[in-house]
Design a protein around this ligand. Structure first.
Ligand code: ZN
Length: 151
């Protein structure tokens, strides 16, 4: 999943699009895909077009049942360092950021963040409104949390 263009096979472009032609039964993989793409639709409805891509993909992976341990293992190297700007690890970093948000602030606050994104149309203003944080503070706290998740 790390670095994948999107969760394999599905798409949300204003409508949820899923490959069902070959489907002979509802598999766990299809349920995960459905949860992923429906989460994108929910975010679009709540946040409008102002949701950062990492928050979109992180939440979609969370509700699809993404594995935090796997994500952490791929974004924190052996020396405990992490790069927040590595495009090859975008999906893993997005999931880890969302798990941090949920762990630290809870899912109700995330809904408030999505609504604030719609209201303000700006990530920094929404983060301040919903969580009382600046983006740099969020990143700092996230990296500290991420290092503690590494086992
Ligand atoms: Zn996605």
């Amino acid at each position: 999943m790390t670095g994948a263009p999107d969760w394999a096979g599905g798409l949300y472009d204003g409508k949820v699009r899923l490959p069902v032609g070959h489907l002979s039964r509802i598999t766990p993989e299809f349920q995960a895909l459905l949860a992923h793409e429906l989460t994108h639709a929910l975010i679009r409805a709540k946040a409008g077009t102002s949701c950062p891509r990492w928050l979109h993909e992180g939440l979609a992976q969370h509700y699809q049942g993404g594995d935090l341990g796997e994500a952490v293992a791929s974004v924190v190297d052996a020396s405990g360092e992490t790069s927040l700007a590595d495009p090859a690890r975008f999906y893993a970093l997005s999931l880890a950021r969302v798990e941090f948000l949920i762990d630290r602030h809870g899912t109700t606050r995330i809904m408030q963040l999505l609504e604030a994104l719609k209201t303000h149309g700006d990530y920094a203003a929404a983060l301040d409104d919903a969580l009382g944080l600046e983006p740099a503070r969020f990143d700092h706290d996230f990296v500290a949390w991420l290092k503690r998740q590494k086992r």
